[in-house]
Design a binder for this molecule. Structure first.
Ligand code: GLU
Length: 460
């Protein structure tokens, strides 16, 4: 008899009812926060068999405690543009859960940033960080600031103002931010400089994703993208498949996307399309990554300019179009809800065999449902993209030991961590009667560790 069968049907029903009630509370307390509701719903749906089997979590009200951030900060970020105009943006930091260690998670600078976006990202981060096996809690932050078209001096003034407030709430043992969309090595550098000046101390471990000259880790830049491909490699391996000669589509052209493409190509895949917010490029012979790197990492240019160097490639305007490109492996690495039910249907009719989420929550709940129903190998974000934050934790470890490890050392550890996340998620899916469903597996495995730590630490 499977573990699930051992749970009586009425227990499952009672648990479902209880979870629905807690979800009602989430909706009532956080009205209009659609992305946050979506992230909570995905986790809650996975937890029914687990909570039904182990009443201790309900007895300790773990679910209710987990959905309430330990602290949610909002603050104003005033700054001056190059013309001398005074501007103001809203800054956020959610310190969601510290059961496993200091709050850890990136900062996103994008005009779409809101309390809902920060809370969905922070909530996901709790379970993602737990899956890495590293001692890190969950947090996230950012601002509704649009870095597009801003001068270097404007970026510096904005990030310094942002850090002036944030510095009061973070520290190497308290809360350790990093990058996310719109925040890369340059922004981390300015923030680190400002933090150091305000604190009067060089606390390297306060931020991760730093430059290599002042405490950054080798392979951090590559970690999310490489980690995503290592994870999908494990999914394929279980079916006797590899990346070799597979046609791959990777959305986005930021840090995650670029290094997912790089690793997929290294493993013999043909990456035929990538995108930015303006549209996507299709290059039948395989994307020339050096051109994409130069456009995106050095010049901040639109992806359409790829055609200047490769006139035989094609450019198509618009966001979702990239999912109409036939492929065997799809890696959504752009942003939340970029892949909906219609796109999922198109991918399936074009013969997709595996989907690995490099971005945070890139598939809608309906799209995930479509993939699972059709037997597509589906790797959920909190497992697939955990490599970035995992190497951030390795950067923290190097900082506190005043060490710096080689690229190979970090990359080897990353590979092991990704294999481990796959194994743990797979085992949890089997144990609770959802064999091969990595959404359920990752959610249960991530949840269990945090929940156990919360119970062990008492009602605080
Ligand atoms: N922003 C990344 C994520 O979504 C990395 C966070 C970190 O390194 O702290 O996981």
């Amino acid at each position: 008899m499977s573990t699930l069968q051992a749970v009586k049907q009425d227990e499952l029903e009672v648990t479902q009812q209880y979870i629905d009630e807690v979800f009602e509370t989430v909706m009532r307390r956080n009205p209009h926060e659609q992305e946050f509701h979506q992230a909570v719903k995905e986790i809650f749906d996975s937890l029914v068999p687990f909570l039904a089997k182990h009443p201790v979590y309900r007895k300790n009200n773990v679910l209710e405690r987990m959905i309430e951030p330990e602290r949610m900060l909002t603050f104003s970020v005033p700054w001056m543009d190059d013309e001398g105009n005074v501007k103001v943006n809203r800054g956020y930091r959610v310190q969601f859960n510290s059961a496993l260690g200091p709050y850890k998670g990136g900062l996103r600078f994008h005009p779409s940033v809101s309390a809902s976006i920060i809370k969905f990202l922070g909530f996901e981060q709790i379970f993602k960080n737990s899956l890495t096996g590293q001692p890190i809690g969950g947090g996230k932050g950012g601002a509704d600031f649009d870095p597009k078209g801003k001068s270097d001096a404007e970026i510096m003034r904005f990030t310094q103002s942002f850090m002036t407030e944030l510095s009061k709430h973070i520290g190497p043992d308290t809360d350790v931010p990093a990058g996310d969309i719109g925040v890369g090595a340059r922004e981390i550098g300015y923030m680190f400089g400002q933090y150091k000046k305000l604190r009067g101390a060089n606390e390297a471990g306060v931020l991760t994703g730093k430059g290599l000259d002042y405490g950054g880790s080798l392979a951090r830049k590559e970690a999310t993208g490489y980690g995503a491909v290592y994870f999908v490699e494990e999914m394929l391996k279980d079916q006797g498949l590899t990346f070799e000669d597979k046609t791959v589509v990777v959305s986005g052209s930021g840090n995650v996307s670029i290094y997912a493409m790089e690793k997929a190509q290294e493993l013999g895949a043909i990456v035929v399309a990538c995108s930015d917010s303006s549209g996507y490029i299709y290059d039948e012979k395989g994307i020339d990554l050096e051109i994409v790197k130069s456009l995106k990492e050095e010049q901040s240019k639109r992806i359409s300019e790829y055609l200047n160097e490769r006139p035989e490639a094609e450019f198509y305007e618009g966001g979702h179009g990239i999912w109409t490109v036939p492929c065997e492996i799809a890696l959504p690495c752009a942003t939340q809800n970029e892949l909906d039910e219609t796109s999922a249907d198109v991918l399936i009719s074009n013969g997709v065999i595996a989907v690995g989420e490099g971005a945070n929550m890139p598939s809608t709940l309906e799209a995930i449902e479509v993939f699972l129903k059709n037997g597509v190998l589906f790797g959920p974000a909190k497992a697939v993209n955990a490599g970035g934050v995992a190497v951030s934790a390795l950067e923290m470890a190097q900082n506190s030991g005043r060490l710096s490890w080689s690229f190979e050392e970090v990359d080897d550890k990353l590979k092991e961590i990704m294999k481990d996340i796959y194994k743990t998620s797979m085992e949890a899916s089997e144990k609770y009667g959802y064999s091969g469903n990595l959404v359920v597996g990752a959610n249960i495995a991530g949840f269990k560790k945090v929940a156990d730590a919360m119970i062990a630490q008492g009602v605080i």
